[in-house]
Design a protein around this ligand. Structure first.
Ligand code: S3P
Length: 447
């Protein structure tokens, strides 16, 4: 059992340029789509994190040939087209901690000729799978045991898949992408009506010339996909992850006299809510050197420390664009002048841990007044002069990587002595987190 870390120092002033680890959503989507393409696809900068490793290992078990040279930083996936997975007897696929891996990969098994067992770790086994079971059952797949909505589950595919009409109202990209991938294997036209969420799958479909039509009607998107169309292998250079960048953006904002440039970050509009929210709170975060890469926008993020932040009444329309960043945004709100309010975030308690509850718990622990609004929101009474000098302990958080990273940034900006258990949980999404803190930003964390 790796040891907890102790953090008992705040970060000193810095002026640096860094490159955080690659985007998790794009890395997993690259792997899944490449496994269904015809030919050798190559990714540069594929995220070397546990969620991506779990995805690659599942694909290997499905007979996909994959070479991942982590030193030379490329990954080659040999796809054999749609319907090319090999289904062995008694196959078990383990998504470990990754909801994206399981929810998206399962949709590519709806034509399996054998029963496949899908499992995950303690956190993933608590998460709702009904949200993918329902649409995938409509396509023609069968799940066992009947009426069970959490892992472990079995799926058995069908030779007679039928396209569906699907209404996605949670703003969940995992649900939307799951249906989009299932549509790839299904003859005819699948139609989705969705509340907007991150659109990496749509952009990749367009880039790969998979027949997709997207129309915006009021606050919804109508997506139509024509299935059973093979597509060619492709190369992809994965940009850095804005969700990982967010921890260092807030670290810089809350530190004194520091400046940071985060190089080549994916700043797709459907992901940049954290920048919009923090800028509304008084930060001056700028995007420079913007480029269009295969439909995605990549830019350098420039951020510097601020004298003060102001509270926000966060517009709910930004929720899906910042869904993985709320814990670190809550920390910024804890240091802002005034009372911040965040609402309609019921999805937050359905993540790797109950993140809304964890946000409230950590703020209460450090003496920041806050109030949960039913199961969907939080009010935070900010304390601009907040400084800590007591001992704090973070444990039993289901190894949620974002709880771990938020606590570390709290320790490095607010002071006190923090004992954080299971620091290895960060490897799920951001394996270089501590290395960047130590080597680039001069933190003395001993890990
Ligand atoms: C993801 C979508 C989000 C996010 C998750 C990754 C994706 O989940 O929380 O970390 O890659 O599609 P939901 O789509 O369920 O909100």
């Amino acid at each position: 059992m790796p040891k907890p870390i102790i953090i008992n120092h705040t970060i000193k002033k810095y002026n640096k340029k860094i490159r955080v680890d690659s985007d998790k959503s794009l890395s997993i989507r690259f792997a899944l789509l490449a496994s269904q393409a015809i030919g050798k696809s190559k990714a540069y900068n594929l995220l070397k994190s546990e969620d991506v490793v779990s995805t690659i290992n599942c694909l290997k078990k499905l007979g996909v040939k994959i070479t991942w040279d982590k030193k030379k930083n490329f990954c080659i996936i040999n796809g054999n087209g749609l319907n090319s997975y090999v289904y062995k007897d008694n196959l078990t696929l383990n998504g470990n901690n990754s909801g994206t891996c399981v929810r998206l990969l399962t949709s590519l098994l709806i034509n399996s000729s054998k029963k496949i067992k899908i499992v995950g770790d303690k956190s993933l086994s608590k998460r709702d799978m009904k949200r993918i079971i329902d649409p995938l059952t409509e396509f023609g797949a069968t799940f066992y045991p009947k009426n069970k909505n959490t892992l472990p589950l079995y799926i058995k595919g069908s030779d007679y898949l039928t396209p569906i009409k699907y209404l996605e109202l949670k703003g969940s990209s995992q649900c939307k992408s799951s249906v989009m991938l299932a549509a790839l294997l299904t003859p005819g036209e699948t139609k989705l009506i969705c509340k907007p969420s991150r659109n990496h799958t749509e952009l990749l479909f367009k880039y790969l010339k998979i027949p997709i039509k997207i129309k915006k009607i009021k606050n919804y998107e109508i997506i139509k996909i024509k299935g059973k169309q093979n597509f060619k292998a492709f190369n992809y250079n994965i940009p850095s992850d804005i969700s990982s960048s967010a921890f260092f953006i807030v670290l810089t904002l809350l530190s004194k006299n520091s400046k940071l440039i985060l190089k080549e970050v994916g700043v797709n509009k459907s992901r940049t809510g954290v920048i919009e929210i923090l800028n509304k709170m008084g930060a001056k975060i700028n995007l420079k050197n913007k480029k269009n890469y295969k439909g995605e926008i990549v830019a350098d993020i420039h951020v510097k420390s601020v004298k003060s932040l102001k509270a926000i009444n966060c517009p709910s329309k930004l929720n899906t664009t910042a869904i993985d960043e709320f814990l670190i945004i809550f920390l910024a709100a804890a240091k802002a002048k005034g009372v911040s309010c965040f609402k309609n975030l019921e999805e937050l308690n359905k993540k790797e841990s109950r993140r809304l509850d964890w946000g409230s718990k950590i703020l209460s622990m450090i003496g920041v007044r806050n109030k949960l609004i039913k199961n969907h929101g939080i009010k935070i009474w900010g304390q601009p002069n907040l400084k800590l000098n007591k001992k704090y302990e973070i444990k039993n958080y289901l190894k949620d990587h974002r709880v771990m990273a938020m606590s570390t940034i709290a320790a490095l900006t607010l002071g006190g002595e923090w004992k954080i258990h299971e620091p290895e949980s960060i490897k799920t999404s951001f394996p270089s987190f501590f290395k960047i803190l130590q080597k680039d930003l001069g933190s003395k964390i001993n890990i």
